[in-house]
Write a protein that binds this ligand. Structure first.
Ligand code: AMP
Length: 214
Protein backbone atom coordinates (compact mmCIF):
# COMPACT_ATOMS: atom_id res chain seq x y z
CA UNK A 1 0.00 0.00 0.00
CA UNK A 2 1.56 3.25 -1.16
CA UNK A 3 0.22 6.34 0.54
CA UNK A 4 0.87 10.05 0.17
CA UNK A 5 -0.30 12.22 3.07
CA UNK A 6 -1.33 15.74 2.07
CA UNK A 7 -2.21 18.65 4.30
CA UNK A 8 -0.86 21.85 5.80
CA UNK A 9 1.91 21.77 8.40
CA UNK A 10 0.20 20.72 11.62
CA UNK A 11 -2.75 19.04 9.88
CA UNK A 12 -1.86 15.72 11.52
CA UNK A 13 0.20 14.02 8.80
CA UNK A 14 2.96 12.92 11.16
CA UNK A 15 0.55 11.63 13.79
CA UNK A 16 -1.46 9.51 11.36
CA UNK A 17 1.66 8.38 9.47
CA UNK A 18 3.23 7.08 12.69
CA UNK A 19 0.10 5.11 13.53
CA UNK A 20 -0.36 3.75 9.99
CA UNK A 21 3.26 2.66 9.99
CA UNK A 22 2.81 0.76 13.27
CA UNK A 23 -0.51 -0.80 12.23
CA UNK A 24 0.34 -1.77 8.65
CA UNK A 25 4.07 -2.51 9.03
CA UNK A 26 5.19 -0.16 6.27
CA UNK A 27 7.78 2.62 6.67
CA UNK A 28 6.85 6.21 7.48
CA UNK A 29 9.02 8.37 5.26
CA UNK A 30 9.04 12.00 6.36
CA UNK A 31 11.27 14.31 4.32
CA UNK A 32 11.17 16.82 7.19
CA UNK A 33 12.49 14.12 9.59
CA UNK A 34 15.20 13.16 7.07
CA UNK A 35 16.34 16.78 6.78
CA UNK A 36 16.22 17.27 10.56
CA UNK A 37 18.30 14.09 11.12
CA UNK A 38 20.86 15.36 8.59
CA UNK A 39 20.92 18.72 10.33
CA UNK A 40 21.47 17.10 13.72
CA UNK A 41 24.34 15.02 12.31
CA UNK A 42 25.89 18.02 10.55
CA UNK A 43 25.91 16.39 7.10
CA UNK A 44 26.40 18.51 3.95
CA UNK A 45 22.74 17.91 3.05
CA UNK A 46 21.63 19.08 6.49
CA UNK A 47 23.73 22.24 6.22
CA UNK A 48 22.31 23.03 2.78
CA UNK A 49 18.72 22.39 3.90
CA UNK A 50 19.00 24.43 7.11
CA UNK A 51 18.69 27.94 5.67
CA UNK A 52 15.53 26.99 3.74
CA UNK A 53 13.96 25.21 6.71
CA UNK A 54 14.74 28.09 9.08
CA UNK A 55 12.89 30.46 6.77
CA UNK A 56 9.92 28.13 6.27
CA UNK A 57 10.80 27.71 2.59
CA UNK A 58 10.96 24.52 0.58
CA UNK A 59 14.35 22.86 0.19
CA UNK A 60 15.15 22.86 -3.55
CA UNK A 61 13.95 19.88 -5.59
CA UNK A 62 17.56 18.97 -6.57
CA UNK A 63 18.23 18.14 -2.92
CA UNK A 64 14.90 16.45 -2.29
CA UNK A 65 13.58 14.37 -5.19
CA UNK A 66 16.49 11.92 -5.68
CA UNK A 67 16.79 11.54 -1.91
CA UNK A 68 13.19 10.30 -1.72
CA UNK A 69 13.29 8.20 -4.89
CA UNK A 70 16.44 6.44 -3.60
CA UNK A 71 14.77 5.84 -0.24
CA UNK A 72 11.79 4.20 -2.01
CA UNK A 73 14.15 1.64 -3.58
CA UNK A 74 15.15 0.28 -0.15
CA UNK A 75 13.90 -3.26 0.57
CA UNK A 76 11.63 -2.13 3.43
CA UNK A 77 9.52 -0.19 0.89
CA UNK A 78 8.61 -3.28 -1.14
CA UNK A 79 5.23 -3.74 0.56
CA UNK A 80 4.51 -0.01 0.52
CA UNK A 81 5.17 3.17 2.46
CA UNK A 82 3.64 6.33 3.83
CA UNK A 83 5.04 9.55 2.42
CA UNK A 84 4.70 12.46 4.83
CA UNK A 85 5.80 15.87 3.51
CA UNK A 86 6.60 14.65 0.00
CA UNK A 87 5.58 15.57 -2.65
CA UNK A 88 5.47 19.24 -1.66
CA UNK A 89 5.01 20.85 -5.09
CA UNK A 90 3.76 19.79 -8.51
CA UNK A 91 7.17 19.01 -9.95
CA UNK A 92 7.89 16.63 -7.03
CA UNK A 93 4.48 14.98 -7.55
CA UNK A 94 5.17 14.54 -11.26
CA UNK A 95 8.67 13.15 -10.57
CA UNK A 96 7.15 10.60 -8.17
CA UNK A 97 4.44 9.55 -10.63
CA UNK A 98 7.03 9.17 -13.39
CA UNK A 99 9.47 7.15 -11.27
CA UNK A 100 6.68 4.80 -10.16
CA UNK A 101 5.27 4.48 -13.69
CA UNK A 102 8.71 3.28 -14.84
CA UNK A 103 8.17 0.32 -12.48
CA UNK A 104 4.54 -0.10 -13.60
CA UNK A 105 3.53 1.18 -10.24
CA UNK A 106 1.49 4.02 -8.76
CA UNK A 107 0.40 5.67 -5.51
CA UNK A 108 -2.74 4.00 -4.09
CA UNK A 109 -4.08 6.82 -1.91
CA UNK A 110 -3.40 10.53 -1.55
CA UNK A 111 -4.97 11.19 1.83
CA UNK A 112 -5.72 14.88 2.21
CA UNK A 113 -6.13 16.10 5.78
CA UNK A 114 -8.29 19.22 5.64
CA UNK A 115 -7.79 21.80 8.41
CA UNK A 116 -8.48 25.57 8.31
CA UNK A 117 -5.59 27.98 8.81
CA UNK A 118 -6.84 29.42 12.12
CA UNK A 119 -6.90 25.92 13.64
CA UNK A 120 -3.41 25.23 12.25
CA UNK A 121 -1.97 28.38 13.81
CA UNK A 122 -3.44 27.47 17.21
CA UNK A 123 -2.26 23.87 17.00
CA UNK A 124 1.26 24.79 15.94
CA UNK A 125 1.74 27.12 18.90
CA UNK A 126 1.34 24.10 21.20
CA UNK A 127 3.02 21.48 19.06
CA UNK A 128 5.96 19.55 20.51
CA UNK A 129 7.82 16.76 18.73
CA UNK A 130 9.97 13.82 19.74
CA UNK A 131 13.65 14.26 18.78
CA UNK A 132 13.96 10.48 18.43
CA UNK A 133 11.03 9.09 16.44
CA UNK A 134 9.28 12.31 15.39
CA UNK A 135 6.03 11.53 17.27
CA UNK A 136 3.87 14.64 17.77
CA UNK A 137 2.55 15.97 21.06
CA UNK A 138 0.67 19.13 22.02
CA UNK A 139 0.63 21.25 25.16
CA UNK A 140 -3.18 21.29 24.94
CA UNK A 141 -3.45 18.09 26.92
CA UNK A 142 -1.62 15.69 24.64
CA UNK A 143 1.84 15.70 26.20
CA UNK A 144 3.89 12.57 26.99
CA UNK A 145 3.15 10.89 30.32
CA UNK A 146 6.22 12.36 32.10
CA UNK A 147 5.89 15.73 30.32
CA UNK A 148 9.30 15.61 28.60
CA UNK A 149 10.10 12.19 27.11
CA UNK A 150 8.39 10.37 24.27
CA UNK A 151 5.94 7.62 25.30
CA UNK A 152 6.99 5.62 22.24
CA UNK A 153 10.80 5.78 22.27
CA UNK A 154 11.85 7.73 25.40
CA UNK A 155 13.72 10.52 23.53
CA UNK A 156 13.33 14.18 24.48
CA UNK A 157 10.21 16.06 23.34
CA UNK A 158 10.85 19.67 22.20
CA UNK A 159 9.37 22.55 20.20
CA UNK A 160 10.68 22.67 16.63
CA UNK A 161 12.55 25.89 15.72
CA UNK A 162 10.37 26.31 12.62
CA UNK A 163 7.18 26.12 14.72
CA UNK A 164 7.80 29.73 15.87
CA UNK A 165 4.69 31.80 14.97
CA UNK A 166 6.31 33.92 12.16
CA UNK A 167 7.76 30.83 10.50
CA UNK A 168 4.43 29.00 10.78
CA UNK A 169 2.74 31.81 8.82
CA UNK A 170 5.42 31.61 6.14
CA UNK A 171 5.09 27.82 5.94
CA UNK A 172 1.31 28.15 5.59
CA UNK A 173 1.73 30.64 2.74
CA UNK A 174 4.18 28.28 1.02
CA UNK A 175 1.70 25.45 1.56
CA UNK A 176 -1.17 27.30 -0.13
CA UNK A 177 0.95 28.47 -2.99
CA UNK A 178 3.00 25.37 -3.79
CA UNK A 179 1.65 22.30 -2.03
CA UNK A 180 -2.13 22.68 -2.11
CA UNK A 181 -2.28 22.38 -5.94
CA UNK A 182 -1.08 18.80 -5.54
CA UNK A 183 -4.49 17.88 -4.11
CA UNK A 184 -6.12 18.73 -7.46
CA UNK A 185 -3.38 16.77 -9.23
CA UNK A 186 -4.20 13.59 -7.27
CA UNK A 187 -7.94 14.29 -7.55
CA UNK A 188 -7.59 14.25 -11.33
CA UNK A 189 -5.85 10.87 -11.02
CA UNK A 190 -8.75 9.61 -8.87
CA UNK A 191 -6.47 9.15 -5.85
CA UNK A 192 -7.44 11.96 -3.50
CA UNK A 193 -9.40 11.13 -0.35
CA UNK A 194 -10.41 14.12 1.77
CA UNK A 195 -10.44 13.60 5.53
CA UNK A 196 -11.64 16.15 8.08
CA UNK A 197 -8.43 16.78 10.04
CA UNK A 198 -10.30 18.66 12.79
CA UNK A 199 -12.05 15.49 13.99
CA UNK A 200 -10.71 13.86 17.15
CA UNK A 201 -7.57 11.89 16.24
CA UNK A 202 -9.08 8.41 16.58
CA UNK A 203 -12.12 9.36 14.52
CA UNK A 204 -10.03 10.85 11.71
CA UNK A 205 -7.84 7.73 11.80
CA UNK A 206 -10.91 5.49 11.51
CA UNK A 207 -11.98 7.40 8.38
CA UNK A 208 -8.51 6.85 6.93
CA UNK A 209 -8.39 3.11 7.55
CA UNK A 210 -11.98 2.76 6.23
CA UNK A 211 -10.59 3.82 2.85
CA UNK A 212 -8.58 0.60 2.70
CA UNK A 213 -11.69 -1.54 3.11
CA UNK A 214 -10.26 -3.72 5.91
P1 AMP B 1 7.92 19.17 7.72
O1 AMP B 1 8.51 18.44 8.87
O2 AMP B 1 7.29 18.24 6.71
O3 AMP B 1 7.01 20.29 8.12
O4 AMP B 1 9.15 19.84 6.95
C1 AMP B 1 9.98 20.80 7.57
C2 AMP B 1 10.74 21.58 6.52
O5 AMP B 1 11.57 20.69 5.75
C3 AMP B 1 9.87 22.28 5.49
O6 AMP B 1 9.40 23.54 5.95
C4 AMP B 1 10.84 22.41 4.33
O7 AMP B 1 11.80 23.44 4.55
C5 AMP B 1 11.59 21.09 4.40
N1 AMP B 1 10.92 20.05 3.58
C6 AMP B 1 10.30 18.92 4.03
N2 AMP B 1 9.83 18.19 3.01
C7 AMP B 1 10.14 18.86 1.88
C8 AMP B 1 9.93 18.63 0.48
N3 AMP B 1 9.28 17.53 0.05
N4 AMP B 1 10.41 19.55 -0.40
C9 AMP B 1 11.06 20.63 0.02
N5 AMP B 1 11.30 20.93 1.31
C10 AMP B 1 10.85 20.06 2.24
Amino acid sequence: MKIVLLGAPGAGKGTHATRLSDDYGIPHISTGDIFRANLKNGTPLGLKAKSYMDQGLLVPDELTVDLVLDRLKQPDCEKGYILDGFPRNLSQAEALTKALAEENDEIDYAIHLMVDDDVIVRRMAGRRVCTGCGASYNTNGLMPKDGHHCDRCGAEVVQRADDAPETVLKRLAVYHEQTEPIAAYYRALGKEAQIDGTLPKDEAYAHITALFGD
